[in-house]
Design a protein around this ligand. Structure first.
Ligand code: ATP
Length: 257
């Protein structure tokens, strides 16, 4: 059974601080799809992911998540929508004062409410411990359950961040440059893990990436963004090298050719 989320954007534009950031986006991502977002710095990849996670509301057009427009959803429906969309960030966004276990438990705060969340953080039930251990084990670091976050390597922190998103039991996973700060072998491993987890659980996966090789090797669909617009949206085997040359070409400077 497919449990993934469906995202649809129709004529979406976004302005931030008076600057146009995204323009005229028409996109559909079907449940369970794995998509890489590529494009030069400032293209709008983070902003698009923030629209999909309801962090930004579009200035123009309409976004729907599983058919629901977050702009008109009740607080309760919005909370449910947000619980269904997990995020993994480049800088992990872990709480350094907490152990790996507790950082993973934070993943369910959105579903639990504050009081129940705090109770689980300081007095986790045996079932919760088992579940956290299982997700940490799934991402390859089950033995680090009680390790303080400050004593984890960058790669281990990133795995805790992925485990936290999994513990949330989301239907979609959004990852914004999740491998920008790890070495090439770990980057490849982590992207392979994210795609494997998405397929295993039927989650929709969107990952923004600067490494084109990783995008080509692991994702069946690539969306290329430039200057806030979609330059291409293609199956990976239809993306030739010239597409990337166009996507990443530097703007002409005054007096340049
Ligand atoms: N809060 C903000 N206020 C004004 N402009 C912003 C804000 N956040 C982002 N921008 C602008 O929006 C544009 C898109 O930024 P965004 O971070 O989405 O790009 P990106 O493709 O993720 O870039 P990178 O690969 O460098 O992370 C940039 O020109 C950026 O300067």
């Amino acid at each position: 059974m497919n449990l993934g989320t469906r995202f649809e954007l129709a004529g979406v534009g976004l302005e931030l601080g008076g600057n146009p950031v995204l323009e005229g986006l028409d996109l559909v991502v079907e449940p369970g799809e794995c998509v890489a977002l590529v494009g030069p710095s400032g293209a709008g990849k983070t902003s698009l992911l923030q629209i999909l996670s309801t962090g930004h509301a579009p200035t123009r057009g309409r976004v729907t998540i599983d058919g629901i427009d977050p702009a008109t959803a009740s607080a309760e429906v919005l909370r449910e929508l947000r619980s269904n969309v997990g995020s993994v960030h480049q800088h992990h966004a872990l709480v350094p004062e907490l152990r790996a276990l507790q950082n993973v438990l934070v993943g369910r705060f959105g579903r639990q409410g504050t009081l129940a969340g705090l109770r689980s953080l300081y007095l986790p039930r045996r079932r919760e411990l088992r579940e956290v251990h299982a997700v940490l084990d799934r991402v390859g670091i089950g033995e680090l359950l009680y390790r303080p976050t400050t004593q984890l390597s960058g790669g281990e922190r990133q795995r805790v961040a992925i485990a936290r998103a999994l513990y949330q039991a989301p239907r979609a996973l959004l990852a914004d440059e999740p491998v920008a700060s790890v070495d090439p072998a770990r980057a490849r491993d982590t992207i392979a893990l994210l795609v494997e987890l998405a397929r295993e659980r039927g989650m929709t996966l969107l990952v923004s990436l600067h490494d084109l090789r990783l995008a080509l090797d692991h994702f069946p669909r690539l969306i290329g963004l430039r200057n806030g617009r979609v330059e291409f949206d293609l199956a990976t085997d239809e993306v030739g090298p010239s597409r990337f040359d166009d996507l990443y070409r530097l703007p002409r400077t005054a007096g340049g050719t």
